[in-house]
Design a protein around this ligand. Structure first.
Ligand code: ITT
Ligand code: NA
Length: 200
């Protein structure tokens, strides 16, 4: 069965394919790039869940196929939860991971190590063409480093060191990251609904 991943972020597509396959779902997964004629939806929601649902519904409606979407970001305690839903454009230009990371580190330069708590959050949404929807979320708690380390993953991975880890997310293997990540938790929690709602 075809399930569209309503994301144009290639890193998310790679992670989601592995996470959903490991959850035992036998699906034909394509990213939103397979549907270039479908315009990107404006992320006008004020929560990760709202934005994930907006993206999933837009693609499901346009393609008449089931779609899942991911809205995610980094929430920093001392910044009151920012960048949060603005994580992809924290430094201005959408998707400029390097600039976003540099700005965040500069903003936290004077924050001592006891106050560098943060978490990644992911909302995983499923939408069917008839309007049926499900949304769940997952979190990964950790602390923020003073300098990036590692070249795996994407986005803020080089600065988040998960609880009970001595490495950053960017120093974990893809399987190690997926096992503990916000995205892994959210999509494993969504898997039963995918299985149920896509059943023949
Ligand atoms: P789509 O909306 O097309 O899915 P996007 O990259 O615009 O792609 P988001 O709006 O959800 O996605 O923004 C997610 C941002 O949050 C992303 O640019 C990263 O900076 C950050 N982020 C999300 N998941 C992450 C992860 O696993 N590791 C590091 N950073 C992550
Ligand atoms: Na977003």
């Amino acid at each position: 069965k075809r399930l569209i991943l309503a994301t144009r972020n290639a890193h998310k597509v790679t992670e989601l394919k592995a996470i959903l396959a490991d959850a035992g779902l036998e699906l034909d997964l394509v990213g939103a790039d397979a549907y270039p004629e479908v315009p990107d939806v404006k992320e006008t929601g004020v929560t990760f869940a709202e934005n994930a649902l907006l993206k999933a519904h837009a693609l499901a409606r346009a393609t008449a196929l089931p779609a899942v979407a991911d809205d995610s970001g980094l929430c920093v305690d001392v910044l009151g939860g920012a960048p949060g839903i603005f994580s992809a454009r924290w430094a201005g230009r959408h998707g400029d991971d390097g600039a976003n990371l540099d700005l965040l580190l500069a903003q936290l330069a004077d924050i001592d190590s006891a106050h560098r708590g943060a978490h990644f959050e992911c909302a995983a949404a499923l939408a069917l063409p008839d309007g049926t929807e499900r949304v769940v979320s997952g979190r990964l708690r950790g602390t923020l480093r003073y300098a990036p380390a590692g070249d795996g993953g994407f986005g803020y991975d080089p600065v988040l060191q998960p609880e009970a880890e001595s490495r950053t997310c960017a120093e974990l293997s893809p399987a190690e990251k997926n096992a503990i990540s916000h995205r892994g938790k959210a999509f494993r929690a969504l898997a039963p609904a995918v299985r149920e709602l896509l059943a023949p």
